[in-house]
Ligand binder design. Sequence first.
Ligand code: AKG
Length: 277
Amino acid sequence: MDAYASRFDPDAHAAEMAAQGYTVITEFMDAEQLAEYRRALQPFVDTHRGRNDFEGFKTERIYTLIARGRVFEEIATDPRLMALIGRFLQPNFLLSASHSISLNPGETAQSLHTDDGFYRQPRPRPPIGISVIGAIDAFTRANGATEVVPGSHRWGDPGAADRPNDLAEIEKMAVPMEIPAGAALVFFGTLIHRGGANVTDKPRLAFTNQYCEPWARPQENFWLSVPREMVREMSPTAQTLLGYEIAPPFLGMVTASHPRKSLEPDWVAPVLAQRPR
Ligand SMILES: O=C(O)CCC(=O)C(=O)O
């Protein structure tokens, strides 16, 4: 662990999140990891163009990032993040989404949104998800820095009296997160935010890893997208994030057994092993 990592204070970051809805870990990735991220991403570039305004027509998102290389697994399972997220989500929380985002020149601002709003539960409420957006390129106002609305994690549902409801007014409250390359923005799934517009002539490369309560359905179905032979090679933390752990007492069991059993090389699904011949 380097000097910065050992100075990391999850409680201070958690307090900042509770107050404003987000925090920034400035030295989340070092120069070596940033270079490795770009190198490992290369084989997948130009494979996933945005299909709608939310994904961004000029944005390339590479999904299921955690399983595309060791560096991606490392940043998704970083012990500082696990400690910070563990302050808010229940033990054995899950990875919900993992993708690389190249916000290319000419991309327009996303619509303001929250990342756990698809869990249709009345607000205000505790977050069901926590998102991380990591800057591979430095974020600037001009290249589409993520914009956040501080304090919006405490707001009620649209229309409630405890919050502004005029879109133009909310847009004025949005603050671009101008963070250096290697920094990570961590925020509650209830915080209003958006990707900004990229008016420069260079892409803004980033990643997002989003986590959710162990009882909530993740956005990406990693059981189907990450083959078990790959999961077997991953760290225990990654395996837990991908659902190969139970949420006590028994959420996520596999035919009344622990889900990690399914990673044993000779495991055969009981419905097959016990099927009458
Ligand atoms: O790219 C960004 O800065 C934000 C992306 C985002 O909020 C999302 O895709 O949900």
